[in-house]
Ligand binder design. Structure first.
Ligand code: ATP
Ligand code: MG
Length: 401
């Protein structure tokens, strides 16, 4: 008997003209996600994507990979039987043999309405069959086992439990963003949210090496590698900030330094983003979390870039962000100690309500364009691909999308 993984999306996202575009990305992404795991074919059905398993032993690994693919609302491992109720009754005893249940329900659905029995008739017919076979009772409200049947024109899919995915949109359908990735807890969570909405993300990390050690660089690399599982290929830009910081500390009062660092970061990120074809910058800022994240300071930082700066965590509490980070699996990396560039030469109580005129006056003492250009020129690029896509020629195609 053939087995498949059947993937369903949120139907709303599939409305209208966008459907083929959405489905094509989802099929491509699922193919990339499961390369080398024993999936022999990825195919598109009516409002679903199917992955045919070479053998059932690959299911646990395929399950983990499919779960992390954005655009997947839910999925299940399904057996395919011919479109024939008698055949279905032949295989059901074998499939139910090692399942323990006192109550059950049959939930049939006809994707192909030409099938002669209605869903209701199938539920009743197979319900009494399973009742006789197992001795369990029918419980429509709270069954211990639910047997799902989906009648398609090519076969009947039979499955027992659904696995929930993250939902959202397949990476690639919403364009490209550049996430400012610090090595802390928040920015990987911010990137995750945009990726979940269908954006491919590149990453920029600022470091003050050799003024400090390389620990923040190592963390940014580890975090990028982790996030790459959702998009299969990523670029991380490692941008040097130390020269800029050296000049800022000479001319700028301590309270304003973080704001100037941030404005330089944003300018550099914008140039790197444009080179990548990214159309927005993403940060992990949350309103009021620390002194540099007041609305006044955010406005002053925004004024350094023309590109939109997206802050998906702006309304979230720290505990909510931490919980997300744990679920995503980035928390343990994010909390490792590092030498963060932003903590260099800054006071305990930085300016919380900066005014743009003041900041512009302070910047007038600096060769801004020259410093930005030098940092861009000194930026190192690292590429990341998931193990299964590293050897895959589609990487080129992936990064272009
Ligand atoms: P995070 O946990 O993401 O480091 P945070 O709570 O420590 O955030 P800040 O240090 O104020 O907050 O940083 C706010 C945002 O600025 C970060 O989420 C990130 O997007 C960006 N950022 C800060 N430092 C860096 C850095 N060294 N490289 C790249 N981006 C940075
Ligand atoms: Mg930080």
């Amino acid at each position: 008997m053939k087995s498949h993984v059947i993937v369903k999306t949120h139907e709303l996202a599939l409305k209208g003209k966008n459907r083929p575009w959405f489905m094509r990305h989802l099929v491509d992404n699922l193919r990339n996600a499961t390369l080398g795991t024993g999936v022999s074919r990825v195919w598109q059905g009516h409002m679903l994507v199917g992955l045919t398993l070479e053998d059932e032993s690959s299911w646990p690994e395929v399950r983990e990979r499919v779960k992390e693919c954005f655009g997947v609302a839910k999925f299940f491992k399904a057996y395919e039987v011919p479109v024939d109720l008698a055949k279905l009754k032949e295989v059901l005893p074998g499939l139910l043999a090692d399942r323990n249940f006192q109550s059950f329900r049959i939930s049939a659905n006809r994707s192909d309405k030409r099938f002669p029995s209605t869903s209701e008739e199938m539920n009743r017919d197979l319900g009494s069959f399973v009742q006789e076979l197992s001795g369990a009772r029918v419980d429509l409200k709270n069954p211990e086992l639910e047997v799902f049947l989906d009648v398609m024109s090519s076969g009947i899919l039979l499955y027992f439990e659904e696995v929930k995915g993250h939902g959202g949109l397949p990476v690639g359908v919403s364009g490209h963003v550049m996430t400012m990735l610090s090595g802390g807890i928040d920015s990987p969570v911010a990137a995750w949210h945009l990726m979940k909405r269908g954006c491919r993300s590149s990453f920029t990390h600022f470091h003050s090496y050799p003024l400090v050690d390389r620990s923040s660089i190592e963390k940014a690399m580890e975090l990028t590698e982790h996030l790459t599982q959702h998009q299969f290929f990523s670029r991380l830009y490692l941008a040097p900030l130390s020269e800029i910081q050296k000049q800022i500390i000479v001319s700028t009062p301590p309270a304003f330094r973080v704001i100037l660092y941030r404005r330089f970061m944003v300018r550099i990120t914008e140039i790197l983003a444009q080179r990548q074809g990214a159309v927005a910058i993403v940060t992990g800022e949350s309103c009021g979390q620390v002194s540099s994240q007041t609305l006044d300071n955010i406005a002053v930082i925004d004024a350094a870039a023309d590109m939109p700066i997206l802050r998906p965590l702006i309304g979230m509490n720290k505990e909510e962000i931490v919980e997300m980070s744990r679920k995503m699996g980035t928390f343990s990396v994010s909390i490792q100690p590092d030498q963060d560039c932003c903590s260099l030469f800054v006071p305990k109580h930085p300016q919380t309500h900066a005014r743009l005129e003041t900041v512009l006056k302070l910047e007038a003492a600096l060769p801004v364009d020259e410093l930005v250009e030098a940092a861009v020129a000194g930026t190192e690029v690292k590429e990341f691909a998931t193990a299964n896509t590293a050897s895959y020629s589609g990487v080129q195609a992936l990064e272009c999308r």
